[in-house]
Structure formats: structure tokens, C-alpha cells
Design a protein around this ligand. Structure first.
Ligand SMILES: Cc1cc2nc3c(=O)[nH]c(=O)nc-3n(C[C@H](O)[C@H](O)[C@H](O)COP(=O)(O)OP(=O)(O)OC[C@H]3O[C@@H](n4cnc5c(N)ncnc54)[C@H](O)[C@@H]3O)c2cc1C
Length: 420
């Protein structure tokens, strides 16, 4: 392997979600022991902000002349690992997040009409302000060079054994790197590795191969690659009081199989409550359409199905939905690559011979098998520590093949992603 760049190692991170930001922040925290010249560049597609699936949107409230916050993917984080707990504490201390009552995060079995309150000892937190993307923007170390919106479409080797990146909005002065970190998954990651024409190493190439499915658990156990699910997300603004619920978040099972999760969003607008309704992976698969061009009729159909399922779940919980209340605003979104149904046994992958690393929520940490904010952050940090160790030792041999296992049972139905 060629020595790293003369002025200090240059590291590219492709993907500005939680794992990519955690990687960048953590690697820079090693700067003093490594080289003060260390430079980390983070590329992300986000036109509005960093964050990826850690992001919030807004619903237009025409009659109020304002916008309400809608958490269209991640709603809250649950910390079970000490290191992640420390990070969440930092977010809370910095005013980026606040803790919520964990007992209000319930498991709701619609068929049994059973509501199980969340464990009081768990720490769960939600983003403050405009939401999750704002937290990401404020969390990223100011010394990380953020390039967005940028789409990295190609990676190739230079004669000097560095990585050359190309794509839309990838500036010419920021294209060669000693290390490349891929902190996104799905078909984009597979295509990017393919563009390197084998130079990225077989272990990396195999680890990013993926398929989309909502298979039963016993079939998932046989899968030796990343299986991703698709999930519909609907945000609905009701007049305050229209929803009578004995919970703030419910992981739903049973019933009509449409709704997997419902969450009352943190809200600054008076007189309004916004709920995020997420579908099961099975419903997502059965109702999949091109996510960039969702036909309006499909959007309306999905919104109605999730609202009906929500009303059913509320009744089963002893609560109710005032169906005569006017819906103030609603939006829908299909997350094509929503949640991984399989996860690796390793926290990250680093191919030392080519200096390509991979991290993300689908890379397991210890016994935790839930793809979540926690696993994304811990995977990014683990990879950063591995890159720092490699920079210190300059070892250039080895890359383990990742081994696969199914995500926790409930994660396959979105359900317990937080009950890690
Ligand atoms: C509907 C839904 C609800 C969820 N709810 C919760 C929850 O309540 N709690 C929880 O803990 N977790 C939840 N999760 C999971 C959580 O959101 C993810 O585990 C976590 O955000 C993943 O972070 P990541 O960095 O691994 O990936 P991502 O967030 O996907 O980040 C990858 C980034 O890379 C970018 N990118 C991709 N390709 C390129 C390219 N070629 N060039 C440049 N950039 C690129 C993407 O645009 C994206 O911004 C939820 C997920 C979904 C979909």
C-alpha cells in the first residue's frame, strides 16, 4: 500500500446519516494521536440537511399559516449501550434532544387488546427544534468538510493507489483519498463498489450486495446477505384532542397487519397534534411503487389504510380516534430501503489492502441485532477506531468476510426496533 498523503491522511465518507457522521466525528477525535493534517470529507445527497433516515419534515397547516413537525422516519432513540448513552446525554446537554417518559412507549397487541408499558429504566430521547436533521447538522464536528448535496457515483484507483471519487457535485479539489468509507447501503452502495471494477476487494463487494423482501423469519435465517424492507410512512396533523391514546408511541402487532408503529410527534404548534404512522414491512412490500413518483391514488389509499389501522389500534388500547375531526394536513412517503431485516455479526468492515471501510445500521454491535440509530452510531465509531489503529500501525493485510444473521424478531415488523 502507498503511504498516506504527505500533508496528512485524507478520508472520504460517502453517506451523511448517523453512521457516517459518527465515523467522521470519532476519527477526528483521534486527530491528536494521529496527524494534525488529518482531513475528513463527508459527502451526502441531502439537499436540505445531513441525516439520511435520521430526519424530520414538516406539514403545512394552511388554516394556521404555519408548519408542524413530522418525524417521517426515525422518531426516537433508545440507548442500551453505555457509549451510545453517553452520546445521547451529550445531545441532551447541548439542547439537541430531550428525554421522554419511557413507560409511554408501549407494545400494543391489537388482537389481545393488550398494552404493555415500556421499561421505566430505559432511556429514550427525541430531537428538539426542527427535528432530527437539525440534530445531525449541529452534531457534526465543524472540522468535517461537508459536501452536500453531492452524489458519489464512481470510485477508482489512481496510479498512486489512492481513491478517486466522481459524481454529481463532487468538487474537483476533493477527489483523491487514502481511505474511503461507505456509510450507506442498498443498491447505491452495490453500484458504487461495482464502479471500482474489483479494486475495492471481494469482502467489501460481498457485504454490500442486497435484496428487498419481507420474508418470514425462518427464511431470513438462511439469507447470507443484506435484506432490506420497504415501509410506508404517513404524517397526519389532527386538531389537539382528536386522538385519545394511553401512549405516546406504540409498537403495534396483530390487527389488520397494516400499522406497525404510531408516534405522537414533539410539537411546537399550539392546538395541533401530529402522528407518524408507519406500516409493516409486509404492507410496504405489497404496496410498493416507485418511491420517487408515488401515484396520488396510491398515496391516498395508503393514508386511508394507515388511518383505519390506527383507529383500530386505538380502540384496542382503550383509546379512540375522533373520526369526525378534520384532518388539518397529511403527507405520505415510501421508504424503499427502510430497515434491514438481516444484520452482520461484525460492527464494521475494513479492507486494509485497499483502505475501504463499510459501516451502517445493518452492522451488528455485540449482541445487539436491531438496526437502529444506536447500531448506526456504534458501527461508525467502531470503524473510526479501526481506521485510527490502521493509521497508527500501517498494517495493510486483511479483511474479514462479514457473517449474517436475522435482525431481532420484532425488528422485521419495525416493531421493537427500539426495544434493543
Ligand atoms: C421509517 C423508519 C423509522 C425508523 N424509526 C427509528 C426509530 O424510531 N428509532 C431508531 O433508533 N431507528 C429508527 N429507524 C432506523 C434509523 O433511522 C436508521 O437505523 C439510521 O438512521 C441509519 O443511519 P445510517 O447512517 O446507517 O444510514 P442512512 O441514514 O440511510 O444514511 C445514509 C446516507 O447516505 C446517503 N447516500 C447514499 N448514497 C450516496 C451516494 N452515492 N453519495 C452520497 N451520499 C449517499 C443517503 O442519502 C443518506 O443520507 C427508522 C428507519 C426508518 C426507515
Amino acid at each position: 500500500m502507498a503511504p498516506v498523503s504527505l500533508n496528512g491522511p485524507r478520508v472520504a465518507v460517502i453517506g451523511g446519516g448517523l453512521s457516517g457522521i459518527a465515523f467522521a466525528n470519532r476519527l477526528l477525535s483521534h486527530r491528536r494521536d494521529l496527524s494534525p493534517g488529518l482531513r475528513v470529507t463527508l459527502f451526502d445527497t441531502g439537499a436540505r440537511a445531513l441525516g439520511g433516515r435520521c430526519s424530520s419534515k414538516s406539514l403545512k397547516l394552511t388554516s394556521q399559516g404555519t408548519y408542524a413537525r413530522w418525524d417521517h422516519a426515525l422518531s426516537y432513540v433508545a440507548a442500551s449501550e453505555p457509549r451510545f448513552l453517553q452520546i445521547v446525554d451529550d445531545w441532551v446537554n447541548a439542547g439537541l434532544a430531550e428525554y421522554e417518559d419511557p413507560t409511554r412507549v408501549v407494545a400494543l397487541d391489537v388482537d389481545k387488546q393488550l398494552v404493555v408499558p415500556g421499561d421505566a429504566s430505559r432511556k429514550v430521547a427525541v430531537a428538539t427544534g426542527e427535528g432530527w436533521h437539525e440534530l445531525c447538522e449541529r452534531w457534526v464536528d465543524p472540522d468535517v468538510r461537508v459536501v452536500r448535496p453531492a452524489w458519489v457515483a464512481r470510485m477508482s484507483r489512481t496510479a498512486g493507489e489512492r481513491w478517486l471519487l466522481g459524481g454529481s457535485d463532487v468538487p474537483g479539489d476533493e477527489t483523491t483519498f487514502d481511505y474511503v468509507v461507505i456509510s450507506h447501503n442498498g443498491k447505491c452502495a452495490a453500484r458504487l463498489i461495482k464502479s471500482s471494477e474489483g479494486a475495492a476487494g471481494v469482502a467489501v463487494e460481498k457485504s454490500v450486495q442486497c435484496a428487498f423482501s419481507a420474508r418470514p423469519r425462518e427464511q431470513l435465517a438462511k439469507q447470507r446477505r443484506l435484506i432490506l424492507s420497504s415501509i410506508w410512512s404517513v404524517g397526519v396533523a389532527f386538531p389537539a384532542g382528536a386522538v385519545n391514546a394511553p401512549f405516546d408511541s406504540a409498537h403495534v402487532s396483530g390487527g389488520d397487519g397494516v400499522l406497525a408503529y404510531a408516534k405522537r410527534n414533539k410539537q411546537d404548534v399550539d392546538g395541533v397534534e401530529v402522528w407518524s404512522l408507519l406500516s409493516t414491512a409486509e404492507y410496504g412490500k405489497a404496496n410498493k411503487v416507485p418511491q420517487e413518483r408515488v401515484p396520488r391514488a396510491k398515496g391516498a389509499e395508503v393514508t386511508n389504510a394507515l388511518l383505519d389501522s390506527f383507529a383500530l389500534a386505538l380502540r384496542a388500547s382503550g383509546g379512540s380516534l375522533d373520526e369526525s375531526a378534520e384532518i388539518l394536513s397529511s403527507k405520505y412517503q415510501l421508504w424503499g430501503a427502510a430497515l434491514p431485516l438481516t444484520v452482520t455479526r461484525e460492527s464494521h468492515l475494513l479492507d486494509l489492502s485497499t483502505r475501504v471501510g463499510v459501516c451502517g445500521d445493518w452492522m451488528g454491535t455485540g449482541d445487539a441485532r436491531s438496526p437502529s440509530a444506536q447500531s448506526a452510531v456504534l458501527s461508525g465509531e467502531a470503524l473510526a477506531d479501526a481506521v485510527a489503529a490502521n493509521l497508527a500501525s500501517d498494517d495493510s493485510k486483511g479483511a474479514r468476510y462479514v457473517k449474517w444473521r436475522t435482525a431481532t424478531a420484532s425488528a422485521t415488523a419495525l416493531g421493537d426496533i427500539l426495544l434493543v
